[in-house]
Design a protein around this ligand. Sequence first.
Ligand code: FES
Length: 105
Amino acid sequence: MNDEERWTDVCGEGDLPVGQGMEVVVGDAIVALFHDEAGWHALSGICPHHGGPLGKGSLKGCVVTCPWHGWQFDVRDGTYQHSDQLKHPTFATRVSDGRVAVRLT
Ligand code: FES
């Protein structure tokens, strides 16, 4: 697989307003995609607490709050807000020709 084939188109730039997130499926993975003032961010969509849907969490600034029990993560690097020892997996994003793509590996 070449580098270009690792990217998966997930949505258009206009599909997700700044300050919101959504779930997308990339290969076999559920990915939480967020759009903040700085750009686009992707992390594993499965909350490490009890599997809640992080892509359906609320985004304030660069922090998402899991809708199930309120765990919070920095969407830029996956840092858990109550312990920087826990990092939730993040994925690369890019915008090209108005389309947003995610790369898992
Ligand atoms: S499942 Fe996310 S905080 Fe509990």
